[in-house]
Design a binder for this molecule. Sequence first.
Ligand code: PGA
Length: 253
Amino acid sequence: MSNFEVWRAADPVSAGKIGAEIISKTIINKPDCLLGLATGSTPVPVYKELVLQHKKEALDFSKVRTVNLDEYVGLPADHPQSYHHFMMDNLFRHININLQNTRIPDGMATDLSAHCDQYEQQIKKWNGIDLQLLGIGLNGHIGFNEPASVFTRRTHLTNLTESTRKANQRFFTSIDEVPRQAITMGIGTIMAASQILLVCTGVKKADILERTFFGPIDPMVPASVLQFHQHVTVVADDAAVKTILQKHPEFTD
Ligand code: PGA
């Protein structure tokens, strides 16, 4: 586990502060860094803290570039549940980022496969991701790389599992409204990032976090591939590390 650094936080808000601190250090060291960003509930406190640092400490996003992990297919950018909307709402409209320097997959693209290739080209043109922020799904997905994903894949179109659609149903009025497909960076794209910042909070994630770092590296637990990455920083709250600490008390030392 020498390639892992683990930060333990009391709760999701504290985890957000630690996560934001790691991101802001990256920005200060490299003002035109390429950040890989994530959506979902977990990164919300991270973005809140980054916004605060921008407002109070003038954290400067003017040269920062960003690429998001994923987007639902079929939701236009102005749909309240689209990840375009999420990013504007939670981060972009509160900071001095140049929107020309941000990319989110376009779930409305007419040629989705060509769009995925262009997305990869853009990441290459920007010299690769310096730091990739990740949450983790209850089924171990990262981005929308669901169980049984191929570890080498790049950005692609994917079908969402019923477990993910159910987990995300809380944001929609009914399960039928939850899209069935998404565009996601592949595990190959994520693994090519120089640094991974995995934030994991809440007791519901305790078991999958343990399987991620202490189980076999298994495509059925996509996040377990992170055991192969050379620079992973995990920020987890007390509830999320509960199962791990029962068996591996050294995890947060
Ligand atoms: P969550 O989602 O942060 O809303 O739990 C994480 C994920 O599905 O990657």
